[in-house]
Write a protein that binds this ligand. Sequence first.
Ligand SMILES: O=C(O)[C@H](O)COP(=O)(O)O
Length: 229
Amino acid sequence: MQKLVLLRHGQSIWNQQNRFTGWTDVDLTAEGMRQAGQAGQLLRQHGYSFDIGFTSVLKRAIKTLDITLEELDLLWIPVQKSWRLNERFYGALQGLNKTETSEKYGAEQVQQWRRAPQAHPPALTRADPRFPGHDARYQHLTARELPLTENLSETLARVLPFWTEQIIPAIRGHQKVLVCAHGNSLRALVQYIDHLTDAEVTGLDIPCGVPLVYELDDDLNRLRHYYLE
Ligand SMILES: O=C(O)[C@H](O)COP(=O)(O)O
């Protein structure tokens, strides 16, 4: 049996301000840093250790992973960062307040954009300053890989190559893996690992800063999963 731990970053400034974030690179709040430290303490108390960490190219996840690893005295282990673990790209919603957006478009529409796997938030244009093509960290992406908007299925489609080519080989090599990512990139991954239907993933929420442990058999099928308390 092997264990894999998934961790959503701690509270970010835009989580606190209730704004759509997506690929916007906002920092953790003091509470977010505390949650990350607490995740590390929990993992330590339960005897967890890791050989490799995986995270996105967004500082709320990178810092959460760092703080967690610091609590475990594991800042020295290799960490691989990839845009493929980034949050779902929220298109033209990025930066908007979620409550104000519900008042404007209706709560049902906003809930669809947030949770329904096939719903596309309104798209950005390439001229928009929020388009990731303007950001140095995404210069190596192809035009097709640079999103204007993304639904959860598209998020899963870009997470999966990283899962199968980087994370799965590490687990198969008996490395103990910690993945620190985002609410929706993790929802997409959980949909895949747990074979959830679109209806099931619609009701799935992943809390900030709480380690989610997967126990896997030798064929890497899920045996069970649970949040660490
Ligand atoms: O990108 C965001 O706004 C959040 O990280 C997740 O948003 P959600 O709760 O609307 O999925």
